[in-house]
Design a protein around this ligand. Structure first.
Ligand code: GSH
Length: 210
């Protein structure tokens, strides 16, 4: 049995944030597939035994079950000494970007991709709203990366590992990463790190194939 277990599935960029960290740190881990698209994360058993929040990812280690990707990333940095802050200022900067990521950079984009890219909703007022919000967050990150290689320090940190979570999927969203040269170069920089792998190569996919 592997030392670390990650509850997730391939289409989840939030689960990918944790999977990527586990892989970059070369930890002994294995995924447990959660049948998200059939609602397993909302089942009584999952809520009672895995995560009362009804979400993936969840990291299991030494009898603990830890949820929220940002918390999981910090836990793994504590365990490994990798990708964490070197100073109190860096710690604040990492948290600032992870919170921005969870609220704005990931969440609007992820919901847009789910509706438009996976569920093929077509264009609706909701997808237009989500794309507008996601583009706003992309603009903020594009500007921050001007003259910088990484988000929170002069080396890759937890902030980067969190924020690239949805950047390697290629389902149609109406947002072209290529139109954001700084974001594009940064995502490629992270993809060049030893241990990087695409989310679909780390966890089983669950979206029902029609
Ligand atoms: N802030 C959380 C977000 C986790 C999240 O929303 N995960 C999605 C899958 S990508 C989920 O489980 N959603 C279930 C729901 O919202 O009902 C994190 O970073 O872990």
């Amino acid at each position: 049995m592997a030392e670390y277990r990650l509850y997730g599935m391939g289409e989840s960029g939030n689960a990918y944030k944790a999977a990527l960290m586990l892989n970059l740190c070369q930890l002994d881990w294995e995924p447990t597939f959660v049948d998200f698209f059939h609602g397993e994360q909302r089942s009584d058993q999952y809520l009672a035994e895995v995560n009362e929040l009804g979400e993936i990812p969840v990291l299991e280690h030494e009898g603990k079950r830890i949820s929220q990707s940002g918390v999981i990333l910090h836990y793994l940095a504590e365990k490994t000494g990798k990708f964490g802050p070197a100073t109190a200022d860096e710690a604040r900067e990492i948290w600032r970007w992870i919170l921005f990521d969870n609220h704005k950079f990931t969440s609007y984009f992820a919901t847009l991709r789910f509706m438009y890219g996976l569920n093929k909703s077509g264009e609706t007022p909701v997808t237009e709203f989500l794309r507008g919000r996601a583009l706003g967050a992309y603009g903020t990150v594009e500007k921050h990366l001007n003259g910088r290689s990484f988000m929170a320090a002069d080396r890759p940190t937890l902030a980067d590992i969190s924020m690239v979570g949805y950047l390697y999927f290629d389902e149609e969203t109406g947002i072209d990463r290529g139109a954001f040269p700084n974001i594009n170069a940064w995502a490629n920089r992270i993809a060049a790190l030893p241990g990087w792998a695409h989310p679909y190569d780390l966890m089983k996919r669950g979206f029902p194939q029609k």
